[in-house]
Design a protein around this ligand. Structure first.
Ligand code: 4FV
Length: 245
């Protein structure tokens, strides 16, 4: 999978792209991230990329020319077609696991990182296919959202995670929060691991895990249950849990 990233601060990505799972995925060639500095496409003598907003107001706006030329350049590198362009902004669709799963099926994506107050609307009108927000708060730039996007989408790319299983089993993959995790020692300072997890009885272990996933979701994120398909057994468990709470 290839990510072309348009940013004014390519150096911000260095550590994230050279560390742990993502770093290994890039070394193994499973993921490729091309970092483009938007300022390299500025044609004015001072390499300016921002200017004052028409109509007044505070802050600066990213100019059309450097980004139009950056997109023309990437399109030219791809036989004249521009891959899907994603722009990160508070006005976008709120990012979630389903969106991450959907985009993990793409081969090539262009990620646009804004800065200042935002970007000239003509860039959005002419090049942006999808606007994504990582949450209802204002950041100084789109770089952190782009890193979050690359991290979460890459987890679905075959071979990136140790075993494929884990991506399928984690939070939100079945619309529920995850079950509690335990590891050795069995007894730490008197705090013991639930017996069922040492029983080797996988039927009982899975039942315990589903019960705790449902319980965690019911308590911490009941909103998730609205759009989660529950089996008859899950619904039975949920009735018991609701009686308890
Ligand atoms: C943002 C968000 C975000 C807005 C102006 C960058 C900033 C500045 N992006 N989810 N929340 N972007 O706050 O995606 O250009």
């Amino acid at each position: 999978m290839v990510f072309d990233v348009l940013t004014l601060f390519p150096e911000m990505f260095e550590s994230v792209l050279n560390t742990s799972i993502l770093g290994r995925a890039i070394k193994k060639g499973l993921i490729k991230v091309n970092l483009y500095n938007i300022r390299d496409f500025a044609k004015n003598k001072h390499k300016r990329v921002d200017d004052y907003p028409y109509g007044g107001g505070c802050g600066m706006v990213m100019m059309p020319q450097p980004l139009f030329d950056a997109f023309y350049y990437i399109a030219q590198l791809n036989g004249g077609t521009l891959p899907t362009v994603i722009y990160f902004s508070p006005q976008g669709t709120t990012f979630n696991q389903k969106i991450a799963t959907d985009f993990s099926k793409a081969d090539h994506l262009v990620l646009l990182c804004g800065h200042y107050e935002g970007i000239d609307q003509r860039i959005i009108d002419n090049f942006v296919d999808v606007e994504i927000s990582i949450g209802d708060y204002v950041l100084t730039g789109g770089e952190l959202p782009a890193m979050i996007f690359i991290d979460s989408v890459s987890r679905f790319v075959s071979g990136v995670l140790g075993d494929e299983q884990s991506a399928r089993e984690e939070s939100f993959s079945n619309g529920l929060l995850e079950y509690p995790q335990y590891t050795r020692p069995y007894d730490y300072q008197g705090h013991k691991v639930p017996e069922v997890l040492l029983s080797g009885n996988h039927k009982e272990i899975n039942k315990w895990r589903k019960l705790h996933s449902l319980n965690n979701t019911l308590i911490k994120r009941p909103d998730l249950l609205k759009n989660t398909e529950l089996s008859a057994e899950d619904k039975q468990m949920m009735r018991i849990l609701k009686q308890r709470t």
